[in-house]
Design a binder for this molecule. Structure first.
Ligand SMILES: [Zn+2]
Length: 156
């Protein structure tokens, strides 16, 4: 009766909680150079940069039923959706990326995966901190899994 059927249009509501609104503004700052950052990471991958898979990642893969092959596939075909450069406690610069890629799960079926990558200045390898399937955390992401909508639950 004049009310749009949100479920049929698959629209995702943006969380209007004050802290989520603030964090979304901060999030936008991390998305401005996504294309450049995608290039930066892909260039390293093309030159066979070493990948450090953390123990935490192994545990997450097991508990989330994500195989190492799927994670590798998503790393190769993915792109940066968010980036931040910050100084760690020793004053060194660290790059952190959220990376969205897809892993084939069957005939013409793919699952989205988010990988959290980081690299300290001077490191010749990229560390994969964690991996998760954003489609499993309803309401946190928009339908393209590139925009974060809410911070009420931590997908990490
Ligand atoms: Zn929220």
């Amino acid at each position: 009766m004049g009310i749009p059927m949100l479920s049929s249009s698959r629209a995702r509501a943006v969380c209007s909680d004050t802290s989520c609104v603030q964090r979304r503004q901060a999030w936008r700052e991390g998305t401005v150079s996504s294309e450049q950052q995608t290039e930066r990471v892909l260039q390293q991958l093309e030159h066979n940069v070493s990948i450090l898979w953390t123990k935490h990642l192994d545990e997450r893969e097991v508990s989330r039923k994500i195989s190492s092959l799927q994670t590798t596939e998503a790393l190769k075909n993915g792109s940066c959706i968010w980036h931040r450069r910050f100084q760690d406690t020793t004053g060194g610069w660290v790059d952190k990326w959220i990376w969205l890629g897809y892993a084939k799960t069957g005939h013409k079926t793919y699952r989205p995966l988010h990988l959290v990558l980081c690299q300290k200045q001077g490191e010749t390898w990229i560390t994969v901190l964690t991996v998760y399937d954003p489609s499993h955390s309803d309401g946190l992401w928009d339908q393209t899994f590139t925009q974060r909508m809410c911070w009420h639950t931590d997908p990490l």
